[in-house]
Design a protein around this ligand. Structure first.
Ligand code: PMP
Length: 312
């Protein structure tokens, strides 16, 4: 179906996406007072069904983001997983799918003028789905370190997935693409590595794997958490969560990004310098393969990450 004819979940009901009407006064639109998630479902390796990846964890993180902005989300994580399954089934999206739930401040009490605040504003929730395959970046991407710093937790909670915060990420992407790069790597206010525009960063060097820790102003990615587990289980590698300095990017043997959208992407060039020998390295390749197996239900150790959509 065309995007506007697809089913969406809006304010507790299944409706056609094209029938949703949002007021121009929607508070989240003016002040960025919303939160969201990006979730994927994958065609199962054994065929016949799709599997949501870490769906419950995504909806738990959505709830945490809601708490930060005092958004009242009236559906629990388990209910939202059920809604998502039904949405994918209604849309007959058997195969690789992207799910985008968004929860946002809607309106003050009637008659109250616009106000920059969190309390006393009603909450709206919408979920849409779209088919989405691989980004196709297996050969690696080129990144530039951004002159825009990642928002610090002292200004806007970096650990929440807050809509307004993405103006910061968009500035970084704009700068990077204008300079001919594929994506930006952002530093935090301390000048150490935070993350890419919509993905976490892993650095492989001298036999160890590191990633910026939770105090580096990162969004604690669920793909990041999965990769830490997969490397422990499948390669007996312990990922060190620590401060990562910019120059480590230039000296690394391998750098890769992790995120629901991009999945696992090798970074083969940073600031115009090749990463390692300039081609995807063995740890990156191992992680890419392990992730695909886990996401498609072919890894018996991590079946609890998969929720079958339930195609008949
Ligand atoms: N950082 C940012 C800023 C992101 O937008 C994302 C994508 N949600 C990530 C990291 C990766 O998080 P996840 O693996 O949970 O998708």
């Amino acid at each position: 179906a065309a995007p506007h004819e697809r089913w969406a979940f809006h304010q507790g009901e299944f409706v056609r996406a094209g029938d949703i009407r949002l007021g121009v006064g929607t508070q989240g639109l003016h002040y960025g007072t919303g939160v969201f998630e990006g979730i994927r479902a994958y065609a199962a390796a054994e065929g016949g069904d799709s599997l949501l990846f870490k769906a419950r964890e995504h909806y738990e993180r959505l709830h945490a983001s809601c708490r930060l902005l005092r958004l009242d989300l009236p559906f629990g994580p388990a209910e939202l997983v059920e809604v998502t399954r039904e949405l994918i089934l209604r849309n007959r999206l058997l195969g690789d799918v992207y799910v985008r739930p968004v929860v946002y401040k809607q309106a003050l009490e009637p008659g109250t003028p616009f106000g920059v605040r969190l309390s006393g504003v009603s909450t709206a929730v919408s979920i849409v789905t779209l088919p989405m395959g691989d980004y196709g970046k297996a050969g690696g991407i080129r990144c530039g370190v951004s002159s825009w710093r990642r928002v610090p937790d002292a200004s806007l909670p970096a650990r929440g997935k807050i809509t307004g915060a993405y103006a910061n990420n968009a500035l970084a992407v704009e700068e990077a693409t204008a300079a001919g790069y594929d994506d930006a790597i952002m530093l935090n206010q301390r000048g150490t590595v935070a993350e890419a525009s919509t993905a976490n960063v892993f650095v492989v060097g001298s036999g160890s794997v590191s990633t910026p820790g939770p105090d580096s102003d990162i969004l604690p990615g669920l793909t990041r958490a999965a990769v830490i587990r997969l490397l422990a289980d499948q390669a007996e590698l312990t990922v060190v969560e620590r401060t990562v300095q910019r120059s480590e990017l230039h000296l690394a043997d391998e750098v890769f990004l992790t995120g629901t959208g991009c999945q696992i992407v090798p970074v083969t060039e940073i600031d115009g310098r090749p990463v390692g020998d300039g081609t995807p390295g063995p740890v990156t390749t191992l992680v890419r393969e392990a992730y695909q197996r886990a996401a498609r239900g072919a890894d018996p150790v991590h079946r609890h990450w998969n929720t079958p959509v339930g195609f008949p």
